[in-house]
Ligand binder design. Structure first.
Ligand code: ZN
Ligand code: ZN
Ligand code: ZN
Length: 217
């Protein structure tokens, strides 16, 4: 898919151009680029599907001790981008959903007044209520009535709260997080728990992931 780059105004005082096809910035220091800053390869692994045809969505961080890479499998097919109707869901949106659910956030439906798409928050924005929001679809900042958090996935699927067992799991060389979105199940190294212990220190899973994924937006 070719880039489709528009001027969207200023972010932090700097002129910004934005690609609405890849949802990425397309300028550096206020100067427009010929192509946006996305990795085009990421978009080769995408899936366009009706929501009725989806029977499983598994979002995984294979090993957070070594890197922040994630994988998304929809109906057992590994993809980076999921297109459902006019929605474009990226891996980070599932990470955002996971953080919001771990933090018991009441997710609100915020619609961008410029492009009418629904807003999703990721990384620290998935658990810190904020205003304005930056729309990933069109790259514009928009104001809402009060600081809040949203995630488009909740408007497509029924996402319940997570129920984690009151249990601490000791972590050694691997920290795999597996979120089964449609079953509302979250496993750490295949175990359901709300705490982990790492190098003799105990953390609430929520606190550990909040910090680890802070910049994943
Ligand atoms: Zn682009
Ligand atoms: Zn936001
Ligand atoms: Zn927008």
């Amino acid at each position: 898919m070719e880039c489709n780059i528009n001027y969207v105004g200023k972010w932090d005082e700097e002129d910004v151009y934005y690609c609405v096809n890849h949802h990425k910035k397309a300028s550096i220091n206020g100067k427009k680029l010929d192509e946006c800053l996305c990795n085009k390869k990421d978009y080769e692994k995408s899936l366009t599907i009706n929501k009725e045809d989806i029977h499983s969505i598994i979002f995984t961080y294979p090993n957070l001790l070594t890197n922040l890479e994630s994988t998304l499998k929809v109906n057992d097919k590994e993809i980076n981008i999921l297109y459902i109707g006019k929605s474009m869901l990226e891996k980070r949106d599932f990470g955002g959903l996971l953080l919001a659910k771990l933090n018991n956030i009441n997710l609100e439906v915020e619609v961008c007044p410029y492009c009418n798409n629904i807003h999703s928050d990721d990384g620290k924005f998935a658990y810190k209520p904020h205003n304005p929001h930056l729309c990933a679809y069109c790259g514009r900042l928009f104001e809402v009535d009060h600081p809040n958090i949203g995630n488009e996935i909740t408007t497509i699927f029924n996402i319940s709260d997570l129920n984690l067992d009151d249990k601490c799991l000791e972590i050694e060389s691997e920290l795999k997080i597996e979120y089964d979105v449609l079953k509302n199940s979250l496993l750490v190294n295949n175990v359901c728990c709300n705490r982990i212990s790492l190098n003799d220190k105990e953390y609430y899973l929520k606190d550990y992931l909040n910090e680890k994924l802070y910049n994943e937006f």
